[in-house]
Write a protein that binds this ligand. Structure first.
Ligand SMILES: [Fe+2]
Ligand SMILES: [Fe+2]
Length: 276
């Protein structure tokens, strides 16, 4: 029998992180008692918005959690930050269960998804680019290009009404279970640098000043609460620190990732377990 990969995963539940704004968390085992968050968001305003749809491994859990904070028939918008699999896990469930919802995405994301998923309904879409705005009734959401990203179609989302920001794959960091940066030890938060380097290794060739100005424009949006797909919720000094870490990636060497040595260790552990 295969071991249950969720057996050791701490239970997480939707959490209100800003007015009208709910984090939909899930965790994936990352070894050594740590987990990678795989979050998404629900903005429960006049026209409710689902922001990303989780990873395929969490699909059933995601559907249960997301629809515990918003009624599917009330959802008016599905904001897809980009086409990566860990953000599109329950996309077709949401399209099916939320008949009033329009999918907010972009041309290139749709082109890329066409290679791996059934056709998406063009008549239910809106294509927006960084700098565009989305009027959702009681607020106007702003799209931007996040400081760190692992897919070219990536767009972040900022809600000026609440000061909440969705930073997508930026600010990623492992956690023992906590979803708030204030509850994480400083050494784990330094992982924002390593995971930022892992998803955007092109940082090594960035001009520090020019990239700094790009990060400044994102910081100047004035977010007070920043949530992301793979990191803890950031506010105050933790948020300042996260922006500084990202800025410092410009021109810095790529952080090396584990290689064959780790694979050998994992295989040895698996074989020892099987033998024991
Ligand atoms: Fe991604
Ligand atoms: Fe991601």
């Amino acid at each position: 029998m295969q071991p249950n990969p969720f057996a050791e995963v701490p239970t997480t539940a939707p959490e209100r992180i800003a007015p009208d704004t709910w984090l939909i968390p899930n965790l994936a085992p990352a070894g050594d008692g740590l987990f990678l968050p795989v979050n998404s968001l629900v903005i429960r305003g006049r026209e409710p918005v689902i922001v990303d749809t989780g990873a395929p491994i969490h699909r059933a859990l995601w559907v249960e959690k997301a629809f515990s904070v918003v009624e599917p028939e009330d959802v008016r918008w599905i904001f897809l930050s980009h086409d990566d699999g860990d953000h599109t896990g329950a996309l077709f469930d949401v399209l099916e269960h939320c008949p009033q919802a329009t999918l907010v995405t972009n041309f290139f994301a749709v082109e890329r998804l066409a290679l791996e998923k059934p056709a998406l309904p063009l008549q239910r879409m809106r294509w927006l680019e960084p700098g565009d705005r989305l009027d959702v009734g009681d607020r106007v959401l702003q799209l931007f290009r996040p400081p760190v990203f692992d897919g070219p179609t990536t767009r972040g989302l900022f809600d000026p009404k609440t000061g909440a920001m969705w930073a997508v794959d930026s600010f990623a960091c492992f956690t023992p279970g906590a979803l708030d940066a204030d509850a994480l030890p400083a050494d784990l938060l330094s992982g924002i640098t390593a995971l930022g380097s892992a998803v955007s290794p092109w940082h090594a060739w960035l001009d520090r000043e020019r990239y700094g100005r790009h990060v400044d424009t994102i910081e100047a949006l004035g977010a007070r609460t920043v949530a992301s797909a793979h990191g803890p919720v950031l506010r105050g000094g933790r948020l300042d620190d996260a922006f500084d870490r990202v800025r410092a990636l410009a021109g810095a060497p790529i952080v090396p990732l584990p290689g064959q040595e780790l694979l050998d260790t994992l295989l040895a552990a698996t074989m020892a377990e099987a033998a024991g």
